[in-house]
Design a protein around this ligand. Structure first.
Ligand code: GLN
Length: 314
């Protein structure tokens, strides 16, 4: 495997920032009113290494909505609590090939929400978080798990939570459709509320890079040095991310970037290069699928420039 030194990484991060900071294209998510009003020109990139050092540039301390990247963190919690076998049986680990909020995906595979990394599976994952039936205790577990993975606490963006709760009609349908098919394992409204709340957590690119590095580092958080999850779960979580991290454009993403990564409509993307680093980039304007335009360009540039690729040589 190609050895990398920190100066090469720093150079690639700075080059990516300068190359793409004025990139045009895309638009903030507008179906969640709060997200439409986040300044569009924010841009930050952070890489966290196995020794805990973070190489960063731009708006890496700006707090934005974690959105769908949170699906990864709660999938880790469910893997920890229920194990890899139960997650596979109750949710699944397949790509849907459809948008993140697809109802059709549930109808096509009614015995299987498919993956914890699309809305249906993520709401099902919230329903599986223990202790079942106790919303406060479930939320405490979700929050703690996020802090453990990111190396510091995340705070709820109350305005985002309100904005999303007032407009999440599609997700309500998903929660109740799962109920119809016996694929939700706690109260549907409570599970949806937990999901909406976890999506509304505020995170920085730096925290997401630390989270990515914890996944890349077999569950050992490189900053806090605490073992967040058992190393045997690493391949499970990374395979879930690789399969569906970019929804219906995941194949194109992997083909061009070589790194499993998860996006969110808040504009964040978190990438995991096992054994090497976690990377995050943030910029609000999204492409039509819901993936940050600049964050994609930056991460792709950095992996290609460094010559690192999970599938082999670049
Ligand atoms: N909370 C958002 C939703 O459920 C998350 C979507 C996303 O980031 N892709 O619609």
């Amino acid at each position: 495997m190609k050895q990398l030194d920190k100066s090469q990484i720093r150079e690639a991060v700075n080059e990516a920032y300068n190359k793409f900071k004025d990139q045009k294209g895309g638009a903030n998510a507008n179906y969640i009113p709060f997200l439409a009003n986040v300044p569009s020109d924010l841009f930050g990139i952070a890489v966290c290494l196995p020794d805990g050092e973070v190489i960063e540039t731009g708006d890496t301390n700006y707090v934005f909505g974690i959105e769908s990247v949170s699906k990864v963190l709660t999938a880790v919690l469910v893997l920890k609590q229920a194990g890899a076998k139960e997650l596979l049986e109750k949710i699944g680990a397949d790509a849907t090939g459809l948008p993140f909020n697809s109802i059709m995906a549930i109808l096509l595979e009614k015995d299987h929400p498919s993956t914890p990394l699309v809305n249906a599976g993520a709401i099902a994952a919230c329903s599986m978080v223990k202790p079942v039936g106790n919303s406060d205790a479930k939320w405490a577990a979700i929050e703690q798990n996020m802090a453990d993975l990111c190396g510091s606490k995340l705070t709820l963006l109350e305005e985002l939570y309100k904005s999303e709760t007032a407009t999440n009609f599609n997700n309500k349908s998903i929660a109740w459709l799962l109920k119809n098919y016996g694929r939700i394992y706690d109260d549907p409204d409570m599970s949806l509320d937990l999901y909406t709340r976890q999506c509304s957590m505020g995170v920085t690119a730096k925290q997401l890079a630390v989270c990515g590095a914890t996944l890349a580092n077999d569950g050992l958080n490189p900053v806090t040095k605490s073992q967040v999850f058992d190393a045997t779960l690493t391949s499970k979580i990374v395979s879930l991310i690789a399969t569906v991290g970019f929804y219906q454009t995941t194949g194109d993403w992997l083909y061009t970037s070589g790194i499993p990564a998860k996006t969110g409509v808040g504009g964040g993307i978190m990438g995991v290069m096992p054994g090497r680093f976690g990377i995050a980039a943030f910029a609000p304007p999204l492409d039509e699928v819901g993936n940050s335009v600049k964050a994609q360009s930056a991460i792709k540039y950095i992996t290609n420039k460094l010559g690192v690729n999970i599938f082999g040589h670049c």
